[in-house]
Design a protein around this ligand. Structure first.
Ligand code: TXA
Ligand code: MG
Length: 355
């Protein structure tokens, strides 16, 4: 998995009005079966022509991704969706009206044209229209739908900048388009539209409240709420893998902010006394952790969007700092806070301390 032998082409583009020359070049790479990383509003994606099974197979190889984990297909317009699916429920159309382009992925019955590398053999396909000028321009110029998981090595935090992409994939992919930082910071919401009541398989940028505004009833898969699955074959195959993990073990401390901060100080103090380098992930400037370890402030607790935007960068920062163990504060599971907590629980791999 350490093999790196492709010269990765780096192209900086304007995030609002991307230069056509760079877009054309990247689109050509996609049409020829190559891999291009590009910014979306959530995180950076690693794209391949979704209708070319061999090209999609290369994504799995470059990322070290388990072959049973299906990939989201990105479109630049609603007209591209019908070729990918068998049928479109009215409820899906209502959601597209409300939230596309945007961080909402819809799981629908798969059509015949989609290769099984994309779906990992499932009878459904996940589709989304990203809300980013660079992503949309690239898909349009390629003239094909683009299969794209997050552009990180499997198991590492998702990339929210081109720098993160290169840390993981330089030499393994043909090109990266650098359109600056990704805004939302956590991945799209994955919503299964194939059951009577739609089910959130992965919480993300569009919240359960947003979805209920349009649909009324929406369920949350237990694995999505818990952050991990005890089931061998969860409905979203990605749920069974430990994701988003920094290199050091992470302990998530959940409770009232003051009580959680005290507990973190107690635990971090013990680790420090044992001579270990401690990292602390905080969502407030006022917690005063600096005596206990290396503090990274990912955002502000009162504004969960800022925590979402800074989360993955913060997890990568702990890798750079070379800490031995990380203690993280929690957030209220409201709005995008639900997605943040899902990612933190996954990063903790079940090591959760409730105070
Ligand atoms: O925001 C995002 O969704 C980003 C950007 C690049 O668009 N993409 C992303 O892809 O996060 P990835 O591969 O890292 O996560 C895709 C998730 C996985 O948990 C996968 O199991 C699930 O979506 N998924 C894909 N196709 C599915 C399907 N047909 N049925 C159920 N789950 C599916
Ligand atoms: Mg991913």
């Amino acid at each position: 998995m350490t093999e790196r032998n492709i010269a990765t082409l780096y192209m900086k583009v304007d995030p609002v009005h991307p230069e056509q020359k760079a877009i054309e070049e990247a689109a050509l790479i996609l049409r020829r079966g190559g891999l291009v990383a590009f910014p979306t509003e959530t995180v950076y994606g690693l794209g391949a022509n979704a209708l070319d099974g061999q090209a999609v197979a290369r994504i799995f190889k470059a990322k070290g991704r388990p072959s049973d984990n299906p990939i989201i297909v990105h479109v630049a317009g609603r007209e591209q969706v019908s070729a990918l699916i068998e049928s479109l429920p009215v409820t899906a159309e209502m959601l597209m009206d409300a939230y596309w382009p945007g961080p909402l992925t819809l799981v629908l019955p798969v059509g015949e044209m989609v290769p099984q590398e994309v779906t990992a053999g499932l009878r459904t396909v996940a589709v989304r229209m990203p809300d980013h000028p660079v992503a949309l321009a690239l898909i349009r110029a390629a003239g094909v739908p683009v299969a794209a998981p997050s552009a990180n090595m499997s198991g590492r935090p998702s990339p929210t900048s081109a720098k993160h992409v290169l840390e993981d994939l330089n030499g393994r992919i043909e090109a990266v388009l650098d359109g600056g930082p990704a805004g939302v910071g956590v991945e799209s919401t994955v919503l299964d539209m194939t059951s009577k009541v739609p089910v959130i398989l992965r919480p993300g940028g569009i919240t359960p409240e947003d979805l209920r505004d349009v649909l009324g009833e929406v369920d949350v898969d237990p694995a999505a709420a818990a952050g991990f699955s005890k089931v061998e074959t969860p409905r979203s195959p990605g749920m069974k893998y430990v994701h988003y993990a920094p290199l050091a073990p992470l302990r998530l401390v959940i409770g009232k902010p003051e009580a959680a901060a005290l507990k973190i100080k107690e635990l971090a103090g013990k680790e420090k006394a044992r001579g270990r380098k401690v990292g602390i992930l905080s969502f407030s400037k006022n917690d005063d952790f600096s005596h206990y370890g290396e503090v990274v402030i990912a955002g502000c607790r009162e504004k969960p969007e800022t925590v979402a935007a800074g989360l993955y960068s913060a997890l990568r920062r702990f890798n750079d700092l070379g800490v031995d163990i990380i203690f993280a504060e929690g957030l209220e599971e409201l709005g995008v806070g639900l997605a943040v907590m899902n990612r933190l629980k996954k990063a903790a791999g079940g090591h959760i301390i409730i105070v």
